[in-house]
Design a protein around this ligand. Structure first.
Ligand code: MCN
Length: 782
């Protein structure tokens, strides 16, 4: 069986994962290891008047108690947001100061003010409780909607009215005019609920300072160890870049939350230098809820206009995006270039305008979480489309079809250029697989059992495979978004791939090996994928924005092109043939049309023994490449959810979920399906169960799995998945990213299905039984 492109190969890495042999950060044990425990604010907003560490310092096992004054005194810089967004009046964004250990003020419950380093974890935690911090409580602001209101608590002095930026995209006047001239305008207020990321492995860091070498090593749960090293050295001044090695070993999921450099990594590195001990910190689940960057949290009002034929005339959106207490690394890009630029959806819309006001509140910082801006855009558009269809008495599928973009490339009014797609084909496949034609009969049968059955669509598009450095750089990104790779063919013909991408659940060790196996005709077991270590891989931009396939693999392809060119030269020279006649097939390098050949490993050996290489050729067989894409990739699809609601209780069951996706060329269908399954599960979680909730004092009400409801297997149906392939023209393999699609496309399908069932559009996520029941009652009352 082929193991190459398109093969349903089992994941190579799973052997160590399912046998408990994965090596995670918390598995690292150093001889002189000490443990860190953070002293965290119990208040959402308070002035720090004093910190008394004397009792803690006297406790058994305590090595040191360190605070923010010492940290800043040692020149450790503030945590920053790396993507500059300019407000529409030309002013820069108002970034409030964020010290890894707070000095004068705390701004959310869980904000760290000091750290205890002790011989054991329990000693550190006990001593952290003995640190006495005197606080003066300040007024608290939690609500996204109220953040800009007069009299709201002021969170950062340099962000008057809590406004971080007031940004816009598109043509306001043209959109207003289009709406004014519309035959029908649908208007909605839509919230996108705040989510907690919940990777299986909580965050962890082990910092090791080697005094003799003045060298630091950081093991950390990172999706992008090179960016972590860059930021820690260049911006936070923790260690010089060449004296800092960052290793992200096995990482048990991230979903975006492990892109950022958090206070804990910075503090552990610094504390290791201060104490001369290796310092380990591993978050427990409560700490994860309190400190991992949250996702979403938008409040939007939107108007979508239609002409008499149901063609969209204009789309106007006003969004308030809650950033929490501080600006995390990529936070500013999420509700702007990852959200508003996708507001055209799959539709041909001439006039779009979106205004985004980003605000501070006394809550955990908010940043990218699976989909990052694109789920928020998709949810808005797709709820508007479904509602508009109902208001105009049109079939929701056909309203979408009538507005689909059919010609590519297509430039939207919100600066995206979609490169390829077949939106009508996706809809056809999804409708056939979901048996939409049979829905009326199923609905009638459910009604006979006293159940309300509903069907909801979502036609999503997203921009991923992020993306061209030049474009994102000019839009404010502080980093390029290329990727690097090195392909090393060993003397025995086995291959090592060094990549700047980082796998933390996506199966890169398998899919990356598959493209090498495909190209060189060798077994995937002869390919080793090396990633996650700044000493082994020179640089890389890491994994997020579903970019490892489209960008990371493209860098490997570029490096393989160079290897192949050299292999052909060696074989042509050895076999006394023309380079043009050399082909690589089935593990051999052959002269086409003859029986002359070298086995793959013989070429490897020839490259290293080097006694018979072409004149002037350097020995060895190793090539590197950087790949910078010319555009994003645009996966798109249609999701159809079918639900049954019990009108007496509001309990809702998804009885059928169909996804027809276009991911371009698929390297491994099994891995892609796994990605879609996981994404849909998270989307269903957002739609029906998950919601981060604070009380008015800024206390987190959902700080454990007793209160934060994650989807479980029995909340989910067996999915029906279809693929409709249009090849991406902008990368060598024709790939589009698949890692976020499920989380982007599924929430509106679910809510559209529930609102179809209960006969009201007035429902916000999460559609818990209580929320659904209330919506049914509200719809009944006059
Ligand atoms: N792939 C493929 N064919 C395609 C596209 C992708 O076979 N046409 C394969 C890739 O080779 C890779 C996997 O599918 O093995 C996902 O590829 P891609 O869509 O490029 O996404 P990334 O590898 O860049 O992963 C990032 C993406 C994001 S942004 C989030 S968030 C997310 C996700 O992946 N977080 C995850 N999936 C996750 N899965 C797990 N288990 N854990 C996470 O934290």
């Amino acid at each position: 069986m082929s193991e190459g492109i398109g093969a349903r190969v089992k994941r190579k890495e799973d052997k160590r994962f399912i046998t408990g042999k994965g090596k995670y950060t918390d598995d690292i044990r150093m001889e002189n290891q000490a443990y860190a425990a953070f002293v965290r604010s119990p208040h959402a907003h308070a002035r720090v008047l004093g910190i008394d560490t004397s009792a803690a310092e006297a406790m058994e096992g305590v090595v040191a108690v360190l605070n923010g004054q010492q940290l800043t005194g040692d020149g450790i810089g503030n945590i920053i947001c790396g993507w500059a967004i300019t407000s529409k009046d030309g002013s820069p964004m108002n970034m409030g100061a964020w010290s890894a250990l707070a000095t004068e003020k705390v701004r959310y419950v869980g904000d760290a003010v000091a750290v205890v380093i002790a011989d054991s974890q329990s000693q550190a935690r006990l001593a952290a409780e003995a640190v006495e911090v005197e606080y003066e409580e300040l007024p608290v602001l939690v609500s996204t909607r109220d953040a800009l209101a007069d009299g709201a608590a002021q969170i950062h002095d340099n962000a008057p009215g809590n406004l971080i930026y007031d940004w816009e995209i598109g043509d306001a006047a043209a959109t207003d005019a289009a709406l004014a001239g519309s035959a029908h305008v649908t208007e909605m207020e839509i919230t996108n609920n705040r989510l907690s990321p919940n990777p299986m492995e909580p965050r962890s860091a082990v910092a090791i300072y080697d005094e003799a070498e003045e060298h630091y090593t950081l093991y950390t749960t990172s999706q992008n160890p090179h960016v972590a090293r860059l930021v820690l050295s260049a911006f936070y001044n923790v260690a010089p870049e060449h004296k800092l090695r960052v290793i992200a070993p096995d990482v048990g999921g991230g979903f975006g939350s492990k892109i950022y450099i958090y206070p804990e990594e910075i503090t552990c590195l610094w504390a290791s230098m201060k104490t001369g001990r290796s310092v380990k910190w591993t978050s427990d689940r409560s700490e994860a809820f309190l400190t991992d960057a949250h996702g979403r949290d938008h409040v939007s009002t939107a108007k979508m206009g239609f002409d008499a034929n149901g063609r969209i005339t204009g789309f106007k959106v006003d969004t308030i995006a809650n950033f929490g207490a501080y600006m995390s690394l990529f936070s500013s890009a999420v509700p702007t270039y990852l959200y508003a630029t996708l507001l055209s959806g799959q539709y041909n819309i001439s006039n779009i305008h979106c205004n985004v006001r980003a605000v501070y509140t006394n809550t955990v910082p908010v940043d990218a979480y699976r989909g990052a801006g694109r789920p928020e855009a998709c949810y808005l558009i797709e709820r508007m489309m479904e509602t508009a269809a109902r208001e105009m008495g049109k079939d929701p599928a056909e309203l979408r079809r009538a507005n689909f973009i059919t010609q590519f490339p297509h430039e939207t009014p919100v600066i995206m250029t979609y490169d390829a797609g077949d939106f009508g084909g996706n809809l056809d496949k999804a409708m056939a697989a979901a048996d939409v034609a049979g829905f009326a009969a199923r609905k009638a049968e459910a009604a006979a059992r006293g159940k309300l059955r509903g069907l909801g669509y979502s036609a999503y598009i997203e921009a991923c495979g992020i993306a061209p450095s030049q474009a994102v750089g000019s839009l404010g990104a502080g980093v390029g978004l290329w990727e690097s790779a090195e392909v090393r063919v060993n003397p025995v013909g086995t291959v090592e791939i060094l990549t700047g991408s980082h796998s933390h659940g996506q199966g890169h060790e398998t899919t990356f090996a598959q493209i090498v196996a495909d190209r060189f005709g060798i077994p995937i077991d002869n390919v080793q994928v090396v990633h996650g270590d700044t000493d082994k891989v020179q640089f890389g931009m890491g994994t997020y924005g579903s970019r490892s396939g489209a960008v990371g693999m493209s860098a490997i392809v570029k490096a393989m092109d160079k290897v192949e060119a050299k292999v052909k030269k060696i074989a042509a020279h050895t076999l006394e043939a023309s380079e043009d006649d050399i082909v690589i097939e089935g593990g051999a390098v052959k002269v086409a049309g003859t029986d002359k050949q070298m086995l793959w490993h013989e070429v490897g050996l020839a490259a290293y023994t080097a006694h018979n290489l072409p004149d002037g050729m350097e020995p060895g067989l190793k090539e590197g490449a950087f790949y910078d894409p010319v555009n994003f990739t645009f996966p798109a699809g249609v999701y159809i959810a079918e639900v049954e609601v019990d009108p007496e209780t509001g309990v809702t069951k998804i009885v059928q979920f169909t996804a027809a996706d276009d991911f371009g060329t698929i390297i491994n269908p099994m891995i892609v399906e796994g990605q879609v399954h996981g994404g849909i599960a998270q989307g269903v979680g957002q739609a029906m169960l998950e919601n981060v909730s604070y009380d008015a004092d800024g206390q987190l009400l959902t700080g454990s799995y007793m209160d934060y409801c994650m989807p479980r297997a029995d909340d989910l149906p067996s999915y029906t998945l279809e693929h409709n392939t249009t090849v991406c023209p902008n990368n060598p393999l024709g790939i589009k990213g698949c890692g976020e699609a499920g989380a982007i496309g599924s929430p509106p399908a679910v809510i559209n299905a529930i609102t179809d069932a209960i006969g009201t559009n007035d429902l916000q996520m999460p559609a818990t039984p209580q929320a659904v029941w209330r919506a049914i009652q509200a719809a009944k009352s006059p």
